[in-house]
Structure formats: C-alpha cells, structure tokens
Write a protein that binds this ligand. Structure first.
Ligand code: SAM
Length: 435
C-alpha cells in the first residue's frame, strides 16, 4: 500500500493549509468536494494501487450512502460517551459517518478533536490508511464550521490517539471496551485455522472478523456490519450463521451490489450483543408450502474437465456452452462425448446454469434433456431430475424457472454469482395448472 502515500501526502498538505488559514477560509463545500471526499479517495486508491493488491488486502472502501445506512442501523445511537470501534477502518469512511453523530465545539478544533478522540477507535493493517483516516477526520470537523485553533497538523493528529495501525485479530482489548462496533471487514480468503469450529480450509475473512467481534464484545454492544452475501446465503456458512446468532441478536437487511466498480453483493447486519435463542431470518423469505426439492432431486454436475482423467466409456457430454437455454435436447443430438467413470445422469432432467447474477434476465436458466442414454454433466450445471421421471414435470419446471416469481425468490435468496443446490431446492413450487 506504500504507493497510496502519494495521496496521503497530498491530503496532508491540503489539511496543513486549511489549519494555517484564517477561520472560514474553506467552506463546507470546498472541503467536502476536495481530496477529502470518498469519491476522490476511491479514484486515487484505484489509480495508485493495482486491483490485485486491493483484492488481496480486501481494501474496498464504503461509499457515503452505504456508510450512512450502516450508521443508521446501529441499534443504539452514538453519543459523546460512546466508544465506537471500526476494527478495519481503512481510510475512515465509516468513522467519518459516525463522527457526524457527534457534536462539535464550533470555537475550537482542539476541543472537538479531543472529544472525538475519546470516542472514535480504529485499526487497520496499513499505516497509510490510518494516517488518511486521521487527516480526513480533522478536515471533517473543519468542514462542519469548527474554527481551526491548532496550526500544527501533528498536534491535531495526536488528538486522535485511538486510531492506530494494528491487526484486529491481535487487538481484542479494543473490542472489549466498545459500546458500538461498525465494520466493513475485508472479504479476502484466509485459512480457517485450527481453532475454527465451523469450517476447514479457506474461509471469507469477513466471517472470521464477525466471529472475533462476537467473541470479544460485551453484552449490550451495538453492532452494524456490511458483509458479503455469501455469509447470508451460502451453505458453507450455515454453521457460522448459527454461531453468530447465538451471540448476537441480529436483524438482516439484504442490500445489493457493493458499488458500481465492485461486483460483489452485500447485506447489512444490525445487532446487539446478547445470548440469543432467536434465529434471524437470514434469507428474508416467508414460509413456502412446497418447493422444487419436493419433486426433483437436485445435484451438481460432477465432471471437472481440467481435473478429471478421461478414463471411462465415452458418453454424451453436456456443459453450458453446448446447451441452448429454454430448449429441449435429445441424447442423440448431443455431439460431444466424455470418457467418464464417475456418476452419470439419467434423462429426463433439467440442466440449470450455475453461473447466475441478480443482473441476469433469468437467474436459473435451464434446458430440458431427454432420451435413454446416461449423460456426463459438467460442474457448471445443476441437474434437476424429476422424482416422477416425467418429462411433463421437467417442462413445468422450465416454465417455472422463467417466471418472474422465481427470479424474485432467487434474488432474495442468493445474490452471489453461483446458484447452489439448496437455493434451487428451495424455489417455491407453483406447478399444477398454473403453467
Ligand atoms: C473493506 S475495507 C473497509 C474500510 C473502511 N472501514 C470502509 O468501510 O471504507 C477493509 C479494511 O480492512 C483492513 N484490514 C484487512 N485485514 C485486517 C486486519 N487483520 N486487521 C485490521 N485491518 C485489516 C484493510 O486494510 C482495509 O482497509
């Protein structure tokens, strides 16, 4: 992140000038539209740091509207006596949104920052981000009409002592004293670690952050978090959801795409730390009478072309590129073959594309496959086989998948870019004469 210091230095020069100028020299608009703004910050971040590095560090900063929404979802409001912690503060977007709930002393920047400095706590792995957070909080105070009665920028930064460089996983004390925790954690993959009770291998860092917060905060702490949708809807995170719900009394708000440039869907979690027996409605769905899983066996196509050795008998082979969406295809018309000794699929069935985004016209796009021969299905397909063995039931399913209600259901149920077996199983079955 060193290259980011080009921005931090420029921002420091600007903040230094603001402090040395007579009170009122810079109005709110001038400061808010300067380098200080979330927009300028984002532009500089992306131009100075390669996207791969941003991804590895999980450094995607929250836009103003989402930051305000997250602050609004803190169950208890922020007051002067609060201790507000952002354990992954980045360049301070969430802490700045929180500071807007704190009063200012118009006649004194020193007094205002001293008060804010006792309320606002932040950690980040990168020194450049920590420095930027402090500069932006100083500018935020001046933009609210506070008289700069400090001319030395270092003195001003020294009034924000609890915004520090550090690893959230090694600084749990800060969580123990929090009254409020607000967080948009990194979403990179990290090892679950031997102490993880709910997963092995790699997990999303956001899940580990939330578990850490749940483990170390005191009862009564207000929590607001911006989290990747996979934690809300992915089967891999089911146990994690159970553990979080035991410690936090949560309300869940599906949100949508993080921002225009970051293709990941998020949700907001608002919670109070308390032992809870309630299960939050993670999926935001009402009860359904019957669902696709009652009539179809749902499975993932098992063929992984880059991994599987072709060591069996040659059989017709399907994958998303040789199937036409909403079409019907007979085994004899499938020209590609795969030598496969693994599990084959017996038609009739509906092959549904796994790759799926909320921006697609159809979230679950299917093709009916009929015939007598066993079929090898690739891993980017979900196979829905009717328990009845009936082609008519497959046709009903295809019609249902095209129905806007199915799209609406899936957009609520799973916003990640891949459908899961459980999401398809849970699609409400309308069936019958409706189609
Ligand atoms: C998604 S960004 C959010 C930043 C800021 N809170 C916001 O909403 O704009 C996550 C931040 O977490 C920081 N981070 C990653 N791992 C961390 C860790 N173990 N401890 C503290 N900060 C970490 C990254 O440097 C990054 O700035």
């Amino acid at each position: 992140m060193e290259s980011f210091s080009a921005y931090t230095n420029q921002l420091g020069e600007f903040a230094g000038k603001v402090l040395l100028s007579p009170a009122g020299s810079y109005n709110t608009h001038e400061i808010q539209s300067s380098l200080f703004s979330a927009r300028q910050l984002e532009l500089h971040l992306r131009s100075l740091i390669p996207i791969s590095e941003l991804r590895d560090a999980g450094s995607f900063f929250t836009g103003d509207d989402l930051a305000d929404e997250a602050v609004g979802l803190l169950p208890n409001s922020i007051a002067r006596s609060s201790i507000v912690v952002d354990p992954a503060c980045g360049a301070g977007n969430l802490l700045i949104a929180c500071s807007r709930k704190l009063p200012v002393n118009k006649s004194s920047l020193r007094k205002t920052l001293s008060d804010w400095g006792q309320c606002l706590f932040g950690l980040d792995l990168f020194e450049e981000f920590v420095e930027t957070t402090k500069l932006r909080l100083i500018l935020e105070a001046v933009s609210r009409g506070v008289r700069p009665d400090l001319s030395d920028l270092n003195d001003a930064k020294g009034l924000l002592p609890h915004i520090q460089e550090g690893d959230a996983f090694e600084n749990e004390d800060v969580l123990k004293c929090a009254t409020h925790v607000i967080v948009n954690p990194p979403y990179y993959k990290m090892p679950a670690g031997s102490s993880c009770e709910w997963a092995v291998g790699k997990i999303n860092a956001a899940a580990k952050f939330m578990q850490h917060i749940a483990d170390y905060t005191r009862p009564g702490t207000s929590v607001s978090a911006i989290l990747p949708d996979v934690l809300r809807s992915g089967s891999r995170y089911e146990k994690w959801r159970g553990l979080i719900a035991e410690k936090l009394k949560c309300t869940i708000f599906p949100s949508g795409r993080f921002d225009q440039k970051t293709d990941v869907d998020v949700f907001l979690l608002s919670a109070v730390v308390e032992n809870s027996i309630d299960t939050p409605n993670w999926l935001g769905l009402g009860p359904v009478e019957t669902c696709v899983g009652d009539f179809f066996e749902i499975s993932i196509g098992p063929v992984v072309p880059y991994r599987d050795k072709q060591d069996g008998e040659a059989v017709p082979y399907i994958h998303p590129k040789n199937l036409t969406v909403w079409d019907e295809i007979c085994d004899r018309e499938i020209t590609e073959t795969w030598k496969y000794s693994g599990a084959l699929k017996q038609p009739p069935f509906v092959a549904i594309r796994r790759t799926s985004s909320p921006s697609d016209t159809f979230r679950a796009a299917g093709t009916l496959v009929i015939g007598k021969q066993m079929i090898a299905a690739e891993n980017h397909l979900i196979i829905a086989r009717p328990k009845s063995g009936s082609i008519d039931d497959c046709r009903k399913l295809l019609r249902m998948l095209r129905n806007p209600d199915t799209n609406n259901f899936l957009n609520q149920r799973i916003r990640c870019r891949h459908l899961t077996v459980s999401a398809v199983r849970e699609i409400p079955w309308v069936g019958g004469d409706v189609f």
